[in-house]
Design a protein around this ligand. Structure first.
Ligand SMILES: CC(C)(COP(=O)(O)OP(=O)(O)OC[C@H]1O[C@@H](n2cnc3c(N)ncnc32)[C@H](O)[C@@H]1OP(=O)(O)O)[C@@H](O)C(=O)NCCC(=O)NCCS
Length: 161
């Protein structure tokens, strides 16, 4: 570097790790963890960290899924960290975990017409429509103790690993 030139850079490195019970409180302060209370299946939450702050998560359900394949659920990236490839990186990490367990395909569901951002992200990652009928979901559901009204249609997508 030429003398007299000073460069200050902030390096943002994304670290992805499995959520452990000791981290739940801090992640919960920043992110929704919508399916944390869900029981009846085996699952793994992946959390994306930048400079010690949890900025994104995704859940992998390993059992009890609609298509009988591992399913990515509850993908969420903090609004100030979007469009930086973080959801894509979490998807790549989830796929690697599924491959390591011997699975040959990954699945997920996405709103048929209310979430073009997520559909676009998954399309770019190689997901395409599964051979399964769209699933209408409507009524009241409970997420983390809060009642939420939903009115949507989900389509299932798959990708060979
Ligand atoms: C959808 C969501 C997970 C995307 O996360 P992200 O980290 O911003 O996604 P990425 O940066 O990996 O995006 C990869 C590609 O997907 C597409 N994409 C992502 N967000 C998009 C948007 N808002 N509009 C259009 N395309 C979008 C783009 O092609 C993008 O590539 P580019 O930035 O080079 O153009 C994020 O917006 C989010 O958390 N939304 C709220 C929760 C949600 O909808 N979860 C998904 C439920 S199925």
């Amino acid at each position: 570097m030429p003398s007299g030139v000073s460069v200050r850079e902030t390096v943002h490195v994304l670290v992805i790790s499995e959520l452990d019970s000791a981290q739940v409180a801090v992640v919960d302060r920043h992110l929704p963890l919508n399916r944390l209370d869900q029981t009846g299946d085996e699952s793994t939450y992946l959390v994306g960290w930048v400079n010690g702050r949890p900025v994104a998560h995704a859940r992998i359900a390993w059992s009890g899924t609609h298509l009988g394949l591992p399913e990515i659920q509850d993908m969420f990236v903090a609004s100030d960290y979007r469009r930086r490839g973080i959801a894509t990186a979490l998807t790549v990490a989830a796929e690697a975990k599924a491959r390591a367990r011997g699975w040959a395909a990954m699945s997920l569901s996405v709103s048929q017409d209310k979430n073009p951002a997520a559909r676009s992200m998954y399309n770019r990652r190689g997901y395409s429509a599964a051979d399964a009928a769209p699933v209408p979901v409507s009524g009241l559901i409970t997420l983390r103790g809060q009642t939420v009204e939903v009115d949507d249609t989900l389509i299932y997508m798959v990708k060979a690993l």
